[in-house]
Design a protein around this ligand. Structure first.
Ligand SMILES: *Cc1c(COP(=O)(O)O)cnc(C)c1O
Length: 465
């Protein structure tokens, strides 16, 4: 049977072309909730709700971050379900626990949805643990939730750990050095210990000198460690290749099989963070394939070494949080780079050094799309300039270029940086005293303002004025 011919068919095909070009609606890019409407505007779907991002930024202004708690929920649920599915399929006999690494994004709109979907927590400081205390006091916390405590255990931190343990929270401090080992002799609950595995992976953070945790040799010499339940490692973040997550697990499993001889209470391996997101990249491993490899590896190694299958923990933060936020700017002006260049500067009403600091700190690349005028055919190669007075405040996609609509083809142009939900907010700063972006939450089809754009009085106060 022939397909019916309808008037809007050619138009729809065109729209699909643009959708593909901007890499929207593609699961591998984590843009499965994103779409483009017939006017060339960016759309985000949440179940049957739909957000028109162009309308939202026209109403609330820029610079603006929009958070999508549903995306957090979906990603946490998927992650836990996928681990549990492979545990069942592959006959793995340990349990799986997901711990959301709070340092990745401490906003309430990120943490609460993660917990609601079954996440436990990993905190990095006394102040993060204080937020856990707040949640307990506000009855937002299921008593079964487990909290792993990383980071240097200051007296304040240790006291809070003790206090929450006494109140019945399952809190597991991770011992990171000899001082903490001594300190933890008095601790009544289970503890973990961190190993600095001697292994190299592809990632910005794989440093020659790692200051976190004990070496494998040191751990083997420690003998019995009081109340030891968890062997923990955290190699790096945004690990580029799947092997960079699989090999450390193998190595940790060998160490585990040694440690368990003197520490029969040891029953868990905590693999830390490190799972990456594709950002702008074409080929990247998927969460599903990674999880399958990890469970398979854990099983094969444990069986080979003749030890009980350990429980598995991951503390993936970026993987869950990055896709749940976008940051939006308006293009204020266009400038010539130099007479010979086919590129132009687009100046935004925000700052990379302030709002998307990893662009500056680690040359992070982003998936950038227009918020409107997405269906124009002629595009301009651009570099994007931040609004601070600093020549470092720029984004050039690593010296290459970003393709965006030409300014003469759109009355006004807004652009969205996707996947900005991990790390940027708590690293944000106030160079040139620019205002931080407003924070909007898109949930249940409505927009809520979580933080207004800062006014001069508020910023001045931060600096004693
Ligand atoms: C930063 C950190 C994480 C989260 O890392 P991601 O790469 O974002 O997954 C997890 N565990 C520890 C100990 C960390 O320091």
């Amino acid at each position: 049977m022939e397909e019916p011919i309808s008037a809007d068919r050619p138009k729809r095909r065109k729209r699909n072309g643009f959708k593909k070009f901007w890499k929207l609606g593609v699961e591998e890019y984590n843009t499965q909730h994103f779409d483009i409407n017939s006017d060339g505007e960016l759309i985000v779907r949440e179940g049957n709700y739909q957000y028109n991002i162009f309308d939202i930024v026209k109403k609330y202004g820029t610079s603006t971050e929009i958070m999508f708690p549903t995306i957090i929920e979906n990603r946490v649920r998927d992650l836990i379900d996928t681990f549990n599915a492979y545990i069942k399929i592959l006959g793995y006999r340990g349990k799986f626990y997901y711990h959301y690494a709070m340092k990745v994004n401490q906003n309430k709109e990120f943490v609460l949805p993660a917990i609601a979907e079954g996440a436990n927590l990993d905190v990095a400081s006394a102040n993060e643990l204080f937020l856990v205390k707040r949640m307990i006091e506000q009855d937002k916390f299921n008593a079964k939730i487990r909290v792993i405590c990383n980071g240097p255990k200051t007296l304040k931190y240790m006291n809070l750990i003790d206090e929450l343990r006494t109140k019945g929270l399952l809190v597991i401090p991770i011992i990171e050095d000899y001082v903490e080992l001594e300190q933890m002799q008095k601790f009544k609950g289970e503890v973990g210990i961190r190993v600095n595995l001697n292994i190299k992976v592809n990632s910005h953070w794989d440093k020659k000198f790692n200051r976190f945790g004990f070496t494998e040799d040191e751990l083997l010499k420690l003998g019995k460690i009081r109340n030891l339940a968890v062997l923990h490692y955290h190699i790096s973040s945004q690990i580029e290749k799947m092997d960079g997550l699989v090999k450390p697990l193998k190595q940790a499993m060998e160490l585990y099989s040694e440690l368990v001889k003197k520490n029969p209470g040891l029953d868990t391996i905590d693999m830390g963070g490190g799972a990456g997101v594709p950002y702008e990249r074409k080929k990247f491993y998927t969460g599903k394939s990674l999880i399958q490899r990890l469970v398979r590896t854990a099983k094969a190694e444990a069986d080979k070494l003749g030890v009980k299958h350990p429980n598995l923990i991951v503390e993936w933060g970026r993987y869950v949080a990055a896709p749940a936020q976008m940051t939006i700017y308006k293009i204020l002006a266009e400038k010539t780079i130099d007479a010979k260049s086919d590129r132009k500067w687009y100046v935004i009403d925000g700052s990379f050094m302030n709002d998307l600091i990893d662009s500056w700190a680690i040359h992070q690349k982003w998936h950038v799309v227009p918020v409107n005028a997405m269906n124009t055919r002629k595009l301009q190669k651009v570099w994007i300039a931040g609004a601070s007075c600093d020549s470092d405040d720029k984004y050039t996609a690593g010296g290459s270029y970003i393709l965006l609509p030409r300014l003469e083809d759109a009355e006004e142009l807004y652009i969205a940086f996707l996947d900005t939900g991990a790390y940027q907010d708590s690293l944000a700063s106030h160079h040139c005293l620019l205002s931080s972006p407003a924070k909007l939450i898109a949930t249940n089809g409505e927009i809520k303002v979580a933080r207004r754009r800062e006014v001069p009085e508020e910023i001045g106060r931060l600096f004693g004025w």
